[in-house]
Design a protein around this ligand. Structure first.
Ligand code: PGA
Length: 255
């Protein structure tokens, strides 16, 4: 048993328009467990951050952003800065989600710049890592995870690790309905923690939360978060329905 407080994130991706996003936020405020035993954040699309943030304002649910640009202001057409996100109440950001890495072409070096910029801005960071199917089949899961952590966390101090959560999201499990078995996921999470021990020492590594992501749903959440090194989840599809997301948060509470 550990004393790490589980952390569950709801990544809404490019889903839910204004009314739907507001409705879900209101439902979550009413149904989610308190933050005594679980930290919870939701990540709406940029256009609804302010409206969802207003609904979540007096709740324990943190407002998160799915992406951001590393520079403060200036001629960066289409981008949104960390200080702009702070203005609307964002306190946690995703970095390196597999869709940004593999669909939108983000490199480890971009992920590193984003991680450092977000920490500098006082944000919490969820650094997402995970292997593709062919890498898993070639036995490279730990190799990929270690590389993404070594490069993504370069320059992050032991002290700053208190603001970092790692999300292990095997790419083949995201949005596919295929989930890693709790035992396979635990094995990958334990290896991730070993890397953190190597990089930051036992004391720091034992406090870092490692979320599992990839088709987590009410039916498998308890078994997954029941594993020693699985400290919550990063949820996509099941985060779009308040009853499903609430059930996953409840499962994390009873870890
Ligand atoms: P999923 O997505 O739960 O739909 O698999 C997880 C994620 O992308 O963070």
């Amino acid at each position: 048993m550990t004393n790490r407080k589980p952390f569950v994130g709801g990544n809404w991706k490019m889903n839910l328009h204004g009314d739907e996003a507001a409705l879900l936020a209101k439902q979550l405020v009413d149904s989610l467990p308190s933050n005594e035993k679980v930290d919870i954040a939701v990540f709406p699309a940029f256009t609804y951050l302010a409206s969802v943030g207003a609904i979540l304002k007096d709740s324990a649910v943190k407002l998160g952003a799915q992406d951001f640009y590393t520079t403060e202001n200036g001629a960066y057409t289409g981008e949104v800065s960390l200080s702009m996100l702070k203005d609307v109440g964002v306190s946690v950001v995703l970095v390196g989600h597999s869709e940004r890495r593999h669909v939108l072409g983000e490199s480890n070096s971009t992920c590193n710049q984003k991680t450092l910029a977000a920490l500098d801005a006082g944000m919490e960071v969820i650094l997402c890592i995970g292997e593709k199917l062919e890498q898993r089949e070639a036995g490279q899961t730990n190799f990929v995870n270690y590389g993404q952590m070594a490069l993504g966390l370069a320059g992050v101090t032991a002290e700053q690790m208190s603001k970092i959560t790692i999300a292990y999201e095997p790419v083949w499990a995201i949005g596919t309905g295929k989930t890693a078995t709790p035992q396979d996921a635990q094995k990958a999470h334990a290896a991730i923690r070993n890397f953190l021990i190597f990089a930051y020492g036992q004391e720091v590594a034992s406090t870092v939360r490692i979320q599992y992501g990839g088709s987590m749903k009410p039916g498998n959440a308890s078994d997954l978060v029941g594993q020693d090194d699985i400290d919550g989840g990063l949820i996509g599809g099941a985060a779009l329905k308040s009853s499903d997301f609430t059930a996953i948060c409840e499962a994390a509470v009873s870890k």
